[in-house]
Ligand binder design. Sequence first.
Ligand code: URP
Ligand code: ZN
Ligand code: ZN
Length: 464
Amino acid sequence: MSRTVIRGGLVITATEEVRADVLIEDETIAAVATPNVAQEWTADTVLDATDRYVIPGGVDAHTHMEMPFGGTFAADTFETGTRAAVFGGTTTIIDFAIQPVGGTLREGVEAWHAKADDQCAIDYGFHGILSDVGDGVLKEMDALVGEGITSFKMFMAYPGVFYSDDGQILRAMQQAGDNGALIMMHAENGIAIDVLVRQALEAGRTGPEQHGRVRHPLLEAEATHRAIKLSTVAGSPLYVVHVSATESVAEITRARHDGLNVFGETCPQYLFLSVDELDAPEFEGAKYVCSTPLRPAEHQESLWRALRTDDLSVVSTDHCPFCFAGQKELGREDFSKIPNGIPGVENRLDLLHDAVVAGRISRRRWVELASTAPARMFGLHPRKGTIAPGADADIVLYDPSAQQILSAETHHMNVDYNAYEGRWVTGRARTVLSRGEVVVDDGDYRGRPGRGRFLRRETCGYLT
Ligand SMILES: NC(=O)NCCC(=O)O
Ligand SMILES: [Zn+2]
Ligand SMILES: [Zn+2]
């Protein structure tokens, strides 16, 4: 058995901050104790955590590696994307296996295993994407829940691609109410948005800035409201992904105050970027096309407030990278052809830590939003998302005073731009352990494809 001790750090979890040492035996945390107790421990390896925070590795519950979209594929493979994730202190991802339209959910899951197995540097799980709900798919959901795929995303947007109508949504929610799965909703009124897209194009308004105009905040709020009502009728919990608008936050807040099992996720792009990015000259606004879209800056305050009050419970990245050259450019003549998505799997922890430094959230809330809450929400806690005996030794030694500049020149994501290019942030993951193995050591990558394991998840652990 190999024994590692992390000595001298400040251990931060969602519930406490304590000067403590951490003992790891093989892949698992064996003990956490104050230094006077821990001085008795012997170990093969000692990691010095003086002046470091010792935090659970990040859990990014929303990534899209190699996702097909608009005739191309997201540029990160599971190999490059998980490598970039660990550089940023994320040690677990949950990606989305897409049911092909006209095909089965099982086909989607098998295709995602073929892409991910033997490629990931860190542990990974899958949600299913339901793009064609019928009797067979509803039965398949039950089987997949038994195999650890316990959450399913549905789309009220993208008619003709991933879109589900209200009847399909209700049926899937009823099924989830029975089998314990969590329905994740892309809440935008895609039918209305498509009308506005057509009108903009017919009027000759074809640039990336139109993406932000046609996807009106009220069309996010309306869909969020509808999803909440449908889930209430079905008696199932609901998780609304990539919430970006004040009006949508208000719907979620109301539902939660009514005692409903409704949860919301937002992403760094909505907290740190605004719709103004879409106006960048030379078509560079296309880099910021994602859905839900970036909003006017005033929406950011509602998102931060909701993160503090727990009306929004999780920050994920929705990492969906498309290169500017050759991919975003597909929409030069027509903004609706720009592949939707923003890269960010490497930057989430640091951006959120910068918000800690700015006084927006506490250190414990930082850990909770980026690690503990997603682990609980998606059936991985207490194995992931905390530092406690019995948990996987997914641990980050985080340097809270490092200064770094986010840039495509230095990032590890397989994409030719960084959405936060030139931004200074305070903090950096210095040493990253995945199940007890050092995978990043002060900028040196020590991981390898295939060491990550597929996670069979429990059902949602966050219900009231
Ligand atoms: N968000 C985005 O623009 N692309 C990824 C697909 C999705 O999450 O809707
Ligand atoms: Zn979505
Ligand atoms: Zn997404």
